[in-house]
Design a protein around this ligand. Structure first.
Ligand SMILES: Cc1ncc(C[n+]2csc(CCOP(=O)(O)OP(=O)(O)O)c2C)c(N)n1
Length: 660
């Protein structure tokens, strides 16, 4: 006889409870509370194939409340994903276990994104739902036509980012997004009455969502509500009234079931109450078989899809494969080379944000997967070009998103788009507001996503907007994030090169930091090699034995070059190193590094930013020139003088250091 619904849900509950108990840490409350909702979703609705977790037309399932990770691991194990065995479940939260404390994205594992920082998964899901609509428009609804489901908790909905992302989802009318809200009214501090009085119905209806509320332990109500969402013409939220720690006689409905093992004695009582007589990690054969059958349904779903795919013409098939496998077009290198030659010949002295716009304009034609946007600063970040087509509510034939003043939501949505596949997202704001999206940038880097951040107005060089807008410590903060390349190009050629590297970086995001003010064209010789790929390189030198090496980035490279010229007039030999990307320079061989930053010279770094981080290049005997305080409002060339960031100041310092 087939196991009844209760046994299927008990399998999730006890795997979770026992794994948390064995690890002696974790969160049993959410998996116990949401087991019924998840079982209905997986049994009747979710389209997925555990044999091919990367099938492009699968429904996406995101556990945004990542602390309830055992819910996800249980589901993946029970439905037959190879990535998670019963041994993995037993090693929950142990070193190198795929069953990490919070879900960590792994390609082909069924873990669709990394969650844990509340609000992020929910906002990734918005990006995935956008990506689905864009891909549907590109490749047709016979190939791309699925749903994105999210389990979100009270905490997810309290986070500010959820307001940005949900509002954007409502605006764009992402009707294929279905959020299952674990409305258990409990968070860590106790009842959510302590901290929140939102009227969720009104909140979501005001965003333009469809709102339903159900008993999250009633199979029929759960099923009916999901079924209703499938035909909705709006984004959907189903508020599932649940009991945290469901089944625990002494801890259900209480914060005590949230973040600690239930304890051996209590678990015995749960076994009795839920009538589950099996020992820890033992799932009876028939229950496991039934779960596996749920997983196997996906094989025929994918087969049906493959028949449709196989009938498509070669061009569509090849293009879909190309973009989902993150391959750049065949002619990409050639196109970049042509643009480089064009930029070199025109030798434009323009702001690097404008150079970036020129790059985007040139490459967009060849790169339909490039989806741009800005957090309401399109004209300032220069992210929108004449080839940009705006994506509008329910109209996804385009390549540009107006994210509105929602930096955090934008960054998390870009992560979702990159995770979805087939899309390279780039998005802009001012460098100062990178702080508003830092948690998502950190996740782009941790997950290893090809997301390109365009941060303009990169220093006091932005001038009159003043210190609230002038970044000082932002570069240091971004450079501190592992697996993130931070680029600060000095002219049009470097801007193109940095873009090229970013587009070719498949396992890390990139930040391209750009100036508001005009920058001179400094590239002296045409080079087909991408010099920025070395991170730092010699740009000019007066002879082979320089007494001083001037290391600069972005707008300050020109100050270094002027310094070199002035020093030469005083018979002091120097060299200039442009350092557009410290992370790439640090990866070069010691030999290259020593050759580039002349070992026997004194070293001076120049960057209109915090000095922190440059000491590793200039050493004990060197000096760093930058900004030690907040900036000031005024015309930018006056500010450079005020902050002693001119070639005359560097000359003075150099001579002092050389004792001349
Ligand atoms: C951004 C962020 N802040 C704080 C936390 C720590 N934290 C983990 S779960 C949680 C709240 C738990 O309440 P809820 O979201 O309702 O989950 P439930 O207790 O229902 O499982 C908090 C504050 C976090 N994971 N992410």
């Amino acid at each position: 006889m087939s196991p009844i619904f209760k046994d299927l849900t008990n399998a999730i509950r006890f795997l979770s409870v026992d794994a948390v108990q064995k690890a002696n840490s974790g969160h049993p409350g959410l998996p116990m509370g949401m087991a019924d909702v998840a079982t209905v979703l997986f049994k009747y609705y979710l389209r997925f194939n555990p044999k091919n977790p990367s099938w492009i037309n699968r429904d996406r399932f995101i556990l945004s409340a990542g602390h309830g990770s055992m819910l996800l691991y249980s589901l993946l194990y029970l439905t037959g994903y190879k990535s998670i065995s019963i041994e993995d479940i037993k090693s929950f939260r142990q070193l190198n276990s795929i069953c990490a404390g919070h879900p960590e994205y792994k390609k082909n594992s069924g873990i669709e994104t990394t969650t844990g920082p509340l609000g992020q998964g929910l906002s990734n899901a918005v990006g995935m739902a956008i990506a689905e609509e864009i891909m549907k428009k590109r490749f047709g609804s016979s190939l791309i036509n699925h749903k994105t489901y999210v389990i979100a908790s009270d905490g997810d909905l309290m986070e500010g980012i959820s307001h940005e992302a949900m509002s954007l989802a409502g605006h764009l009318n992402l009707k294929n997004l279905i959020v299952l809200f674990d409305n258990n009214k409990i968070s860590i501090d106790g009842s959510t009455d302590l901290s929140v009085s939102d009227n969720y119905k009104k909140r979501f209806e005001s965003y333009g969502w469809s709102f339903q509320e159900i008993n999250g332990h009633d199979e029929k109500q759960i099923s009916k509500s999901i079924k209703k969402s499938l035909n909705s013409n709006k984004p959907n939220i189903i508020s599932c009234k649940t009991i945290i720690g469901y089944g625990s006689p002494n801890k259900s409905g209480k914060a005590s079931s949230h973040g600690a093992p239930l304890g051996e004695e209590e678990i015995k009582l749960v076994r009795k109450k839920l009538k589950w007589e099996y020992e820890p990690f033992k799932i009876p054969k028939e229950v496991l078989n039934d779960w596996r059958k749920i997983g196997e349904k996906g094989i025929s779903s994918e087969k049906k899809w493959s028949t449709i795919y196989n009938k498509k013409n070669k061009k569509i098939k090849d293009e879909l494969l190309r973009v989902i496998n993150h391959k750049l077009p065949k002619n990409f290198n050639k196109a970049i080379e042509q643009v480089k030659k064009k930029f070199y010949d025109s030798k434009l002295s323009i702001a690097s944000r404008q150079s970036s716009a020129n790059v985007i304009e040139e490459i967009t034609k060849n790169l339909p997967e490039l989806i741009g946007g800005s957090a309401d600063l399109s004209g300032s970040n220069n992210t929108k070009t004449k080839h940009s087509i705006t994506i509008k509510p329910s109209k996804f034939k385009g390549n540009y998103i107006h994210y509105g003043v929602r930096e955090h939501g934008m960054a998390a949505a870009m992560n979702g788009m990159a995770l979805y596949g087939g899309i390279i997202p780039y998005g802009g704001t001012f460098l100062i507001f990178s702080d508003y999206c830092k948690p998502s940038i950190r996740l782009s880097a941790f997950i290893g996503l090809k997301v390109i951040y365009i941060f303009s107005h990169d220093s006091i060089g932005l001038g009159e907007d003043g210190p609230t807008h002038q970044p000082v410590e932002q570069l240091v903060g971004l450079r501190g994030i592992p697996n993130l390349n931070v680029f600060r190009p000095a002219d049009t050629i470097e801007t193109l090169e940095c873009w090229e590297i970013a587009l070719k970086s498949s396992t890390n995001p990139s930040v391209i930091v750009l100036s508001r003010q005009k920058l001179p064209f400094i590239t002296e010789v045409y080079n087909t090699k991408n010099m920025c790929s070395f991170g730092g390189y010699e740009i000019k030198k007066t002879n082979s034995n320089p007494e001083v090496t001037l290391i600069a980035s972005g707008s300050e490279v020109k100050i270094a070059i002027d310094t070199l010229d002035k020093l030469q007039k005083e018979n002091i030999n120097s060299k200039v190193v442009s350092m557009p990307c410290q992370e790439l320079f640090d990866k070069q061989s010691n030999e290259y590094k020593k050759k580039t930053i002349e070992k026997n010279s004194i070293k001076i770094s120049i960057e209109a930013s915090s000095l922190s981080g440059w000491e590793k290049y200039v050493g004990d005997k060197g000096a760093s020139i930058g900004i030690k305080s907040f900036g000031k409002s005024g015309p930018y060339n006056e500010l450079y003088k005020y902050f002693k960031l001119t070639s005359d100041d560097v000359v003075k310092l150099t001579k002092k250091m050389l004792g001349k």
